[in-house]
Design a protein around this ligand. Structure first.
Ligand SMILES: CC(C)(COP(=O)(O)OP(=O)(O)OC[C@H]1O[C@@H](n2cnc3c(N)ncnc32)[C@H](O)[C@@H]1OP(=O)(O)O)[C@@H](O)C(=O)NCCC(=O)NCCS
Length: 169
């Protein structure tokens, strides 16, 4: 049985985190968000929440991933999630997503939604592990390669989230 390292901390993103976040974003997405987009989300978008995950490395905290969601009425829409390539496959994405979903649930979210590239097997599997289901597709949604997006939804958030990694609210 493998032992997974645990995240030292998940906290709200600040503008001081952007240099590191932007580096991970560029390593993770064909169409990364711009610095202005992040600044807008952090400063001006009241519906937006962005969190970073850090681990302790050589005595200091290193940001290794982040997650974002928009909270709209009773819906949490996952806007972004990424883990630095060197830290993937160690359970950090799962922990980031679980933390965001619990936070959304505590703010009153009933459902969570997202879009994901049809070929993004790692992300689709991650979402399915939480109980997200495919409810549709957006044709040619991604402008870099005209790839389709799957639309996924998580109903019964409380019941589903509490079954993952021993969490629960
Ligand atoms: C998607 C992403 C955030 C997953 O983060 P991660 O820390 O590597 O994922 P975890 O180690 O927590 O894995 C959780 C689950 O995801 C799935 N998964 C993760 N990596 C996978 C891979 N390479 N292949 C297939 N499934 C994978 C598995 O279901 C896994 O559960 P398991 O370990 O019980 O099999 C990461 O791959 C990433 O940053 N990708 C680039 C950015 C991106 O595509 N974001 C999604 C946008 S919609």
């Amino acid at each position: 049985m493998s032992v997974r390292p645990s995240i030292a901390s998940i906290r709200e993103m600040t503008e001081a985190d952007l240099p590191t976040v932007l580096k991970i974003d560029r390593l993770s997405f064909p169409i990364p968000w711009s610095e202005n987009t992040y600044r807008f989300e952090l400063r001006d978008n009241n519906a937006a929440r962005l969190n970073v995950a850090e681990v302790l490395e050589n005595g200091s905290m290193r940001i290794i991933g982040y997650v974002g969601f928009w909270f709209i009425v009773d819906e949490a829409h996952i806007s972004t999630i990424a883990v630095h390539p060197l830290f993937r496959g160690q359970g950090f994405g799962e922990q980031l997503l679980q933390n965001a979903l619990i936070e959304a649930l505590m703010r009153g979210a009933q459902v969570a939604t997202l879009e994901v590239r049809v070929t993004n097997e790692a992300a689709v599997n991650l979402y399915k592990k939480f109980g997200f289901e495919v409810i549709g597709e957006r044709q040619r949604y991604y402008r870099d390669n005209n790839e389709d997006a799957l639309i996924m939804i998580l109903n019964d958030m409380n019941g589903k989230i509490s079954g993952i990694r021993g969490g629960g609210v």
